[in-house]
Design a protein. Structure first.
Length: 181
């Protein structure tokens, strides 16, 4: 969720104005291309990210990504063990884990693998278990109201197709996939 994917990134170097704040969608995939750009090296074609340096030039107004891919793969280390009577709607922080050897194994839905995307205005997630979440990040920055239940199915389909494009892109083809559908 937002606290997991929205992490401050600090950078300093030649040509970067001190105390400058840039609020654009960026991610870990952009770090290597940025450092390569700073070193004057061209990253290989298969690199998905892009250099952040153009964002540090206030006069530059180049197009930037409209969406950023969010992914979480499966991780058996994050499987939780609960009594079979526990509702999956309870906060896992309120529950105590049971002895692994004596209780059944359940993966908590928030540990479920997912794919999704983050735009300036929305966060859309498709969980492997079939759940879908959609949040308006402008009106609901704490992601408290899942709009997927009431959203127009066509809107959900647009987000789903956008996620599929982002999942399957590579290198510079991701730049086009990150644009609005």
């Amino acid at each position: 969720f937002e606290e997991d994917v929205n992490v401050p990134f600090l950078i300093r170097g030649p040509g970067i104005e001190p105390n400058m704040i840039v609020n654009k969608l960026a991610g870990n995939v952009d770090i290597a291309p940025t450092f390569a750009d700073m070193a004057g090296v061209v990253p290989p074609d298969f690199v998905d990210g892009r250099s952040l340096l153009p964002l540090f030039t206030p006069s530059a107004s180049q197009p930037w990504r409209e969406a950023y891919l969010l992914e979480r793969g499966g991780d058996e280390a994050e499987t939780f063990y609960w009594d079979t009577t526990v509702s999956r709607n309870l906060d896992p922080g309120l529950l105590e884990p049971f002895d692994v050897a004596s209780k059944p194994n359940y993966t908590w839905p928030f540990a479920s693998p997912y794919v999704g995307l983050r735009t300036e205005e929305h966060c859309y997630i498709e969980f492997e278990i079939g759940d879908i979440e959609l949040y308006n990040m402008v009106n609901d920055p704490h992601q408290l109201e899942n709009l997927a239940w009431t959203a127009d199915p066509a809107t959900l389909e647009i987000f789903s197709q956008w996620v599929e494009r982002l999942k399957t892109c590579a290198g510079e083809s991701c730049w086009a996939a990150e644009g609005k559908p």
